[in-house]
Design a protein around this ligand. Structure first.
Ligand SMILES: *Cc1c(COP(=O)(O)O)cnc(C)c1O
Length: 383
């Protein structure tokens, strides 16, 4: 293996002109962040002026960002930088819940919420969604799930809402869910991997006690980087200091992001605030794109009208084509790629998700046209 190292020395990236991958749309760097990535790319580059606490570094202005700007932005008393949404969820669960406790989460929860709970030694009670076609999550569902956990003689120490979820892009009534959780004395963690940095969102207004965001998913950062915010009541425990190592927070293992990813998050932040102001345009674009695909015989599941750029589609006609097409179910990936479009997982035809975030109306028109051409080119698709 080690005799073929040259292949590692010139790693090129082949990307399509238009990328619909929901994972990637919100993580594209701003020019400022791209410059920061190069400027701060060396290991531990941020540590030159550190006196022991990463979040207290004054040059570059990490302290102002983490203790001033981010708490105002997220609507929480305290914020820390993490390596991503999952690390934030794990830190909060590990700090606030005891092994064997129960955590209640929506049935649309991301796998990383499940793994965070598993790693923290917690049991899970799910709030089932309403199923096809809406996959809605209700506040009554949270009350019932908490009651069920009590029936297992369990201590319910956290609830999690995925806001929106990563499959359907549904935005449940977070405030109503927070209120129900609080009636039971259970704190609510809002998983904002797909919302923090994309849309207006304030934990305090939604009565969420803890919130996590993902820099590489939705805050135009290279990552791995994320944010973890909490109200004073919970921040005290989550961000507790070590008993032996001065100024080091245990749950964060002292320091989290120690270089370029953090600087890209900071460098993009002004542009992120600006793009959030245009969220209504993004929602409108998403809905009109969905209308366009529905005219071609696809069906959008989840919230309707939709309130987020992440959308899930059923495409019975594309599935029918795949049964007879050369390359079978890979035809859609190939035919879109030939037209400069990527981001729908190779092999998927019958159902898939995509995002319109940050794409121009012209680009989206091109995508609709591509779908139209593809469908028209296979006679089997008619009807
Ligand atoms: C992408 C995603 C995550 C994981 O985010 P990381 O920052 O990579 O940990 C968590 N939850 C949801 C809903 C996601 O879509």
């Amino acid at each position: 293996m080690l005799d073929n190292l040259v292949k590692l020395t010139n790693l090129k990236r082949d990307i399509a002109e238009i990328n619909l991958d929901p994972l990637q749309r919100g993580g594209i760097l701003t020019p400022e962040a791209r410059a920061a990535l190069v400027e701060w790319g060396d290991g531990y580059s941020v540590c030159d002026f550190c006196a022991g606490m990463l979040d207290r570094i004054k040059t570059p202005p990490v302290e102002e960002f983490v203790h001033g700007m981010l708490p105002e932005f997220l609507g929480t008393d305290e914020v820390r930088i993490t390596h991503g949404a999952r690390e934030g969820k794990f830190a909060a669960m590990h700090a606030l819940c005891d092994k064997g406790d129960w955590v209640v989460m929506d049935g649309n929860a991301h796998y990383t919420t499940v793994l965070a709970a598993e790693r923290a030694g917690l049991n899970i009670e799910y709030v089932p969604s309403s199923g096809e076609p809406d996959y809605a999550i209700s506040e009554e569902g949270y009350a019932e799930a908490i009651e069920r956990a009590y029936e297992h003689k369990g201590n319910v120490s956290m609830a999690v809402l995925t806001y929106p979820d990563g499959n359907y892009g549904n935005l449940a009534d977070a405030k109503a869910i927070a209120d129900v959780c609080h009636d039971y004395g259970v704190p609510l963690l809002l998983n904002g991997a797909y919302s923090v940095g994309r849309m207006p969102l304030n934990a305090r207004e939604l009565a969420a006690d803890i919130i996590v965001g993902s820099g590489h998913k939705s805050m135009a950062a290279s990552g791995p980087v994320g944010v973890l915010g909490a109200s004073e009541e919970y921040a005290r425990t989550i961000f507790r200091l070590s008993s032996t190592k001065k100024n080091k927070e245990v749950e964060l293992l002292g320091c989290t992001v120690r270089g370029a990813p953090l600087l890209t998050l900071m460098a993009s932040f002004p542009a992120v605030l600006e793009r959030i102001r245009h969220w209504p345009d993004e929602v409108e674009k998403a809905n009109s794109f969905a209308d366009g695909l529905e005219k071609l015989g696809l069906k959008q599941l989840g919230d309707r009208p939709h309130r987020h750029d992440l959308m899930f589609f059923m495409a019975e006609n594309l599935y029918q084509i795949s049964l007879g097409a050369k390359k079978g179910r890979y035809f859609l990936y190939r035919d879109l790629k030939e037209r400069g479009i990527s981001g729908i997982k190779p092999g998927l035809t019958r159902q898939f998700k995509l995002s319109t975030y940050g794409l121009s109306s012209e680009d989206l028109k091109k995508v609709l046209q591509a779908f139209q051409e593809i469908i028209d080119s296979y006679p089997a698709a008619i009807g």
